[in-house]
Design a protein around this ligand. Sequence first.
Ligand code: FEO
Length: 426
Amino acid sequence: MKPLQLEDEHGRPQAIRISERVHWIGALDPNLRTFDIILKTANGTSYNAYILRGSDGVAIIDTVKEGFAADFFARLESVADYAEIKVIVLNHLEPDHTGALPELIKRAPQAQLFISQKAQSMLKGLLKKEELSFRPVLTGDSVSLGDRTLQFLHTPYLHWPDTQCTYSPEEAVLFSGDVFGCHFCDNRLFNDQVGDFRFSFEYYYAHIMRPFKEYVLRALELIEPLALQLIAPSHGPVLRDRPQHYIQRYRQLSTPALHSELSLNQKTLLIFYISSYGNTKRMAEAIYQGAIQIEDVRVSLYDLEGGEVSPFVDLIEEADGMILGTPTINGDAVKPIWDLLSSLTVVNLKNKLGGVFGSYGWTGEGVRLVEDRLRGLKLRVPIPGLRVKLIPTDDEIVECQAFGLELAQELMGLRAARSVDMADLP
Ligand code: FEO
């Protein structure tokens, strides 16, 4: 497929029509290789912005990153005058979508800003202006442009707390912000014309949306009933061919798979360990033996040395609890444990049950450090970590079994509340 004419015969950027009254007025950034420090982009990205024309004025939906403002304004000017702008919608305030906003406000001071309820403090932080006129909106709110309307959908955390989607029912276009987007740059613009971007779509979901699956599912409840001609995201291809396909894919990716494997009341507890001389392994096996005493707890025991991190992250995402075993070497937990923990930022761990154990030779700081990390990741760690000096004795093995049993009881809500005597704490 040939590239679209993103510039006119004089080389000036021009808008691209994507539906009867909607034009793309965004910018391409083919040279970007890393986005937001962590995301790789093999061929760059796009900052998609749109303009909707109604009989009573026009609306701008999102802007672009600051360095690309010239393209944005040139494309805007190719289809509208600034005096016509009645509405500016900001679906998301991250700077890649608001970089041109201060200048746009200067050029169209009459326009009313529409942002989500949760974006209000962010907008003040972004523009650093005391006097700001904007309208916070929620699902059910809308704004009229005469014969065209924009309806707002409250879709927080996709990708920041402020994010929302905006829908034009007359155009059957969803301006989805980061949702359904990807970092993929292609001047053919439409999903049925560009190169194969499936990997980029999945990668983007995995890094941006995956930690917020519950919020994705809530957003889909709002999006799925919409009549759609196309989805206009803020990055990557405009999804005009089978837009429902991408909605279905989001539902698949966000729906827990483990539910179908478990009986009604079952909960899952994962035990991961790494062991230098077999001592932490012995502890792990004893903890496992203790945990499996509790009915309806599906316990799994894994040696980190024998597995890749990525599938373990998948398991942890859907598990109810996780116990980690680490030796202490040079005053720290060992690298495979930290590698696993650092990979968990892509999943939601809030309120999962956590526990830590390990054998040590000298000082045993590793267990405490991992405990702190689990709490930092918002797991519940109700029982202090269990440490054994070198080889566990028979009594210490019994202690490990009790540790596993107690954590499994906690998982099922069967553990008796204990009062902690502060004098007993080390
Ligand atoms: Fe594309 Fe979250 O900004």
